[in-house]
Design a protein around this ligand. Structure first.
Ligand SMILES: [Zn+2]
Ligand SMILES: [Zn+2]
Length: 124
């Protein structure tokens, strides 16, 4: 028997439980106004509608995730530099510390900003 599914419009998940895992909204998504947006229960609880601008909510969620990544990476990298007695450079960050995420040069810049800001405030 073929199970009918609907795709979540945000994450693409296949939704088959229409009673518990399907949420209907209207609003702005991917730059377009839509009268009918489907969300899976995970996106529903991540994004917490009701509101009408899904793009803004997704942007906010991505920015929040980026902040977490920068803070975690800055902490781990600073600890690594201390215990390996190394000075910081982009090539050290990527090749020796081993950061292998996306946008490594932009992340490195933010990590350095964060570390230097804290170091100058706490140690001077
Ligand atoms: Zn989803
Ligand atoms: Zn619907």
């Amino acid at each position: 028997m073929e199970v009918e599914t609907i795709d979540c419009d945000v994450c693409g998940a296949k939704i088959s439980d229409f009673e518990n895992d399907l949420f209907h909204h209207s609003g702005k998504l991917n730059g377009k106004q839509s009268a009918h947006i489907h969300l899976c229960s995970k996106c529903e609880s991540d994004l917490r509608p009701p509101f009408f601008d899904f793009d803004a909510a997704l942007e906010k969620k991505r920015s929040r995730e980026l902040v977490t990544l920068i803070l975690k990476t800055a902490g781990a990298y600073d600890e690594w530099l201390m215990s390996n007695r190394r000075g910081s450079s982009f090539s050290t960050f990527v090749n020796e510390f081993g950061f292998d995420g996306e946008n490594s040069s932009a992340i490195f810049a933010k990590v350095e900003e964060t570390r230097k800001d804290l170091l100058s405030r706490c140690i001077g």
